[in-house]
Write a protein that binds this ligand. Structure first.
Ligand SMILES: NC(=O)c1ccc[n+]([C@@H]2O[C@H](COP(=O)([O-])OP(=O)(O)OC[C@H]3O[C@@H](n4cnc5c(N)ncnc54)[C@H](O)[C@@H]3O)[C@@H](O)[C@H]2O)c1
Length: 675
């Protein structure tokens, strides 16, 4: 009986997908207060531009509906600052179903439908009804008409067509060939002079552009596990930088702020790395969420009590995470007052958005800040800057005693500098490094290690378990003969994948992340493809990666902040990467403006690749993954980075068809004497 109801649901779902935008208007949908909604966006359009926005939105609908829809869309624009077309949100549940449930003519297209569905799953997405996956504005589509139309195109397309996506808008299906990508995605691409934050607000309100973040608009989000792995690697390696012998992080204190979207991973990562993690968070809801999920072990709002607990945890070398429900500035100042030795320090408040809720200043409660930022923004800005100056003063005192402090890609150094904090060295550079400059860049990216990931399209946990085992076996085999330069990375990643299931990190699709280099990615992918061919893995596997990787992203204050030849502001690498992936066999490719650090601040791209057990898939994976990693290593080696020079020379020894221009390193003395 139950099966019958399920079958009916499936039939309705498939019918709805094939219908696309319905000919008859669906009933309006009430605003659901139980779901997290995007905040009202900036009211930026002129009256003439508002007319244009409504006219643009009506392009998706038969003229017979315009009289009803035009006022409705105007109301949405007035109330939310955007036209989401809420009425067209489907009434079936959106989640990563197994691949066979999506109506399709192309398996590759069905896999893409699964990935899109995961990004919009209410259990995964941040503001699902506004089609936002994460990061406040990371959009999959701008409106529900785009979703409906895209899913219909994907259901109808064959392996002889390519779907073209401009910032969420499906431009259409174009004839291509079976080795071409099934989908080509661009998000937020603008003529460079029009890439200021307000330009984004205007174009997005007009319905002509969107902010794809990194993995939202590229359909590659896999929930929080991606960030846990990256944060664990960062904390572990920061620990290695400060250790005297081989003692690791046992009994050492790691202090930071933020238990939000990404920052929430810090507490869990500190425990996995074996440290005592103390994270301050001003928002009670965020603290409660992470505590209830088990990502934070204990919560304190009394600083003296917390200090006693920290002393005990350090003495007992406990791997434990403690949340301080309060302001990070108060915590840092307490450490100074009580002379507590902190080994590692960072900050993950959202300083990429300092004036509108990303940073809560000391001296004001959470509620007081929320009122002041809306009612008295000038005064609020002063408070934020004053707070940053206090924060830096306390951090400077602790680093003078031996703490290692790093910026976590959240614009802390940049905003503290702008606030006039004592954060600069005499030569005008920052006192402290970013995590990419000291850790991620030289230890991972330069050697080609990055956030490789995969999704089992059967949506069966058993398939994921098998892929974990296969990946671990492949990594162990490679580690047996790996050179010492990458042995530590290999060991860390083998440990990660061996413990991945135990750490219960799956939210949404059956996905896994594993930092791996070119050899690791390729051999793991080939082994998956073989297992699919043999029927051991029961359905295709989607390969992908975070855009925050070796080759995909040009971002001068983050991914490419350890590029020192002046080219960190160029974006040739990211553009070349996506072009190269597209003709080497990627199933879909994407290139974005914005993502992580803000609109206009970064160009980032990625790919998805469907493995179906075929010989074609084997050929494609070898060709594409090789380029996808070695492009970045080549650029990093040209910038004279030691690890990348080692890695690219090693790659050329193994592959005679790879011939990369290697830099000749000039003598510093020769140059210095010229000036
Ligand atoms: N984790 C990573 O790997 C990573 C990588 C690159 C960049 N970042 C950056 O880290 C920042 C945080 O990302 P997120 O997704 O967690 O953002 P988020 O906004 O979800 O979380 C930030 C948290 O900091 C809290 N907070 C703000 N001011 C505070 C203060 N003074 N004291 C204590 N808590 C305070 C907020 O309440 C919020 O919960 C972003 O700027 C992001 O770009 C993170």
């Amino acid at each position: 009986m139950k099966l019958k109801i399920k079958d009916m649901e499936l039939a309705d779902f498939q019918k709805a997908i094939l219908t696309g935008i319905p000919d008859e208007l669906p009933a309006p949908r009430p605003y659901d207060p139980n779901v997290s909604h995007a905040p009202k966006r900036k009211d930026i359009l002129t009256p003439e531009e508002k007319k244009l926005a409504v006219k643009n939105a009506l392009r998706y609908f038969d003229k017979k509906h315009h009289a009803v829809l035009a006022p409705e869309f105007k109301k949405e624009l007035d109330e939310y600052g955007r036209i989401y077309m809420y009425r067209f949100r489907p009434d079936y549940k959106i989640y990563a179903r197994s691949i066979d449930q999506y109506p399709h003519k192309s398996k590759q297209a069905a896999a893409i439908m699964l990935m899109i569905s995961n990004n919009l799953d209410e259990a995964v997405a941040q503001h699902p009804h506004e089609l936002i996956t994460y990061g406040g504005n990371g959009a999959v589509f701008q409106n529900w008409a785009q979703y409906l139309l895209t899913m219909k195109y994907l259901a109808e397309m064959t392996d002889e067509q390519t779907l073209v996506m401009y910032s969420g808008n499906p431009v259409g299906l174009f004839p291509s060939h079976k080795d071409a990508p099934r989908v080509v995605v661009t998000n937020g691409m603008v003529v460079p002079n029009y890439s200021k934050p307000d330009d984004y607000e205007r174009f997005n309100a007009l319905g002509v552009s969107q902010y794809g973040q990194m993995t939202a608009g590229s359909y590659m989000y896999i929930g929080p596990q991606g960030i846990v792995h990256g944060t664990t690697i960062t904390v572990l390696n920061a620990g290695r930088m400060i250790q005297k012998g081989n003692e690791g992080l046992a009994g050492k204190l790691f202090v930071s702020s933020g238990l939000g979207g990404m920052s929430g991973a810090q507490a869990k990562a500190a425990v996995i790395a074996g440290a005592v993690g103390v994270i301050a968070e001003v928002n009670r809801k965020a603290v409660e969420k992470r505590h209830s999920q088990g990502w934070v072990d204990e919560v304190y709002d009394d600083l003296d009590e917390l200090i006693e607990r920290i002393k005990k945890a350090k003495a007992g070398k406990e791997a434990v995470s403690l949340a301080y429900e309060g302001n990070i500035v108060d915590l840092w100042e307490k450490f100074v007052e009580k002379d507590i030795f902190v080994e590692l320090g960072s900050d993950q408040t959202s300083l990429h958005n300092p004036w509108a809720g990303g940073y809560y200043p000391a001296g004001l409660s959470f509620g007081e800040s929320n009122i002041m930022m809306a009612e008295n923004p000038e005064e609020f800005k002063k408070k934020v800057q004053e707070s940053l100056r206090r924060q830096v003063k306390a951090i400077n005192t602790l680093t003078a005693k031996g703490m290692y402090f790093f910026d976590y890609g959240n614009a802390f150094l940049l905003e503290a500098g702008r606030a006039g904090a004592d954060i600069m060295k005499d030569d005008g550079s920052f006192r402290y490094p970013s995590y990419v400059q000291d850790i991620m860049g030289p230890m991972c990216f330069d050697y080609g290690f990055g956030p490789f990931r995969w999704v089992c399209t059967s949506s069966k946990p058993e398939d994921l378990d098998l892929t974990d085992d296969i990946a671990a076996e492949v990594m162990e085999e490679i580690a047996a003969t790996a050179p010492p330069e990458i042995m530590q990375q290999m060991k860390d990643n083998i440990k990660w994948i061996r413990e991945a299931k135990k750490n219960k990190l799956v939210v949404g699709s059956q996905a896994r992340i594993l930092y791996a280099d070119c050899e690791g990615r390729t051999k793991i992918a080939a082994a998956f493809n073989q297992a699919i061919k043999e029927g051991r893995i029961t359905a295709p596997v989607v390969l992908g990666r975070d855009h925050h990787d070796v080759s995909g992203t040009d971002s001068p204050y983050r991914e490419t902040s350890n590029i020192y030849d002046g080219s960190q502001f160029t974006a040739d690498m990211a553009i070349q990467n996506v072009i190269g992936d597209s003709f080497r066999g990627a199933t879909w490719v994407s290139i974005h403006n914005g993502g992580g650090v803000g609109w206009g601040e970064v160009i980032n791209g990625g790919f998805g690749m469907v493995l179906d057990g075929s010989e074609d898939a084997d050929r494609r994976l070898r060709m594409m993954l090789y380029w996808d990693v070695n492009n970045g290593i080549a650029r990093r080696s040209w910038a004279r980075n030691d690890g990348a020079l080692f890695a690219i020379k090693r790659a050329m020894q193994d592959e005679p068809n790879l011939k990369v221009t290697v830099p000749v390193i000039a003598d510093d003395e020769l140059i210095d004497n010229l000036f």
